[in-house]
Design a protein around this ligand. Sequence first.
Ligand code: CA
Length: 230
Amino acid sequence: MMKKILIIEDEESIAELEKDYLELSGFEVEIDNDGETGLSKALQGEYDLFILDLMLPGVDGFEICRKVREVKNTPIIMVSAKKEDIDKIRGLGLGADDYMTKPFSPSEMVARVKAHLARYERLIGSGMPDNEIIEIRGLKIDKTARRVWVNGEERNFTTKEFDLLTFLAQNPNHVYTKEELFSKIWDMESIGDIATVTVHIKKIREKIEFNTAKPQYIETIWGVGYRFKV
Ligand code: CA
């Protein structure tokens, strides 16, 4: 399958030159000249590699690199006109895979693109495990990244809220008492009691339920505890 590359670069002549060379080498290429739209494409689209300029209108390359790395391991080659900037971004450890100083020879860029794609494929092929994901109706829990989405919208959870939700979702159709949940999620030294569980369940419901009075995920079993509904 044809590999797809996104170039985020505001200097159109440079972007076009890169595109021409990459297309000649058999890649599919998209260009975005703006940091903000480039970032949203990078986050939402399916690309095999990013070529990312540092200085961009809207959102700069530092920020784009950081945001992309939070969710994707796709290779990133960062380019900048200033050698000092390259040194700076190396130092920041943003997770870019390579750096090039402008002007560079397009054929060298193509060679690096190929090298990074090959390296990334080896990495994937060598069984880099996929993130462990639990999906129940509109609720998606990424256990590896510790992130939660409700109908595609991300919600922020505290550590214990996340642990509690994940524990229940992993053990559906099983009623747990508050005592059981407290001992499973909170360690022995924790200060608190079973009321902590109630408080956390309430907070979780506020984040995942459409109507907290009629929860569709975590049911209250009166006098006993809670059960995750599947
Ligand atoms: Ca620029």
